[in-house]
Design a protein around this ligand. Structure first.
Ligand code: PNS
Length: 166
């Protein structure tokens, strides 16, 4: 059985992520989406909320599972016997960092990384941009699943209220 992991922050999951997940689900027996705690980023949604949203929008795929991990990705791979990481590459700007990560993951625990090119329609897309557009009340319906739009708007409104509307 060929199992792979698609790791990320998914704060929130976008159509760019879903494109990679769907294509990977056709190539491998099982795709595990691992929500990782990224210490370099502060998140809008908790890990549990992100997992719940991912479950909701990936339930149509029979071979996609959702999990979370706080620690090194290679340790997750080792503990769950997953030999391959699948990642999307949007543009050359992603490449330096992703190459470095893939090399360190290979050296640390022999875990391979397969890069898939993001569909051109999503090459500019990121969760950060989606949050920024939504925070200015822009239309994000082309970037994230419809069921997540009200959740994102509601959370951004909460954050804005908590910061005194600044
Ligand atoms: O969606 P993101 O934030 O670009 O995903 C990045 C992520 C979470 C996949 C990456 O930061 C990661 O793998 N973090 C786990 C810690 C780790 O294994 N770091 C690499 C070796 S130092």
């Amino acid at each position: 059985m060929k199992r792979v992991v698609c790791p990320g922050s998914f704060d929130p999951i976008t159509f760019g992520h879903l494109d990679i997940i769907e294509r990977a689900s056709k190539m491998f027996d099982e795709v595990v989406i691992a929500v990782l705690v990224n210490v370099t980023k502060s998140s809008l949604f908790s890990v549990d909320e992100r997992m719940e949203m991912i479950r909701e929008v990936t339930k149509k795929y029979g071979n996609v599972k959702v999990d979370s991990w706080s620690g090194l990705l290679v340790d997750y791979c080792q503990e769950n016997k997953i030999p391959i990481i699948v990642k999307g590459l949007r543009a050359v700007t992603d490449f330096d960092y992703e190459l470095q990560m893939s090399q360190i993951n290979l050296q640390l625990k022999g875990v391979e990384t397969l890069f898939m090119s993001t569909a051109p329609a999503h090459s500019f897309l990121s969760s950060s941009l989606v949050k920024e557009i939504a925070s200015y009340d822009g239309d994000v319906s082309n970037y994230i699943p419809a069921s997540l739009v009200p959740k994102l708007k509601a959370r951004l409104a909460e954050v804005q209220r908590a910061s005194g509307g600044k």
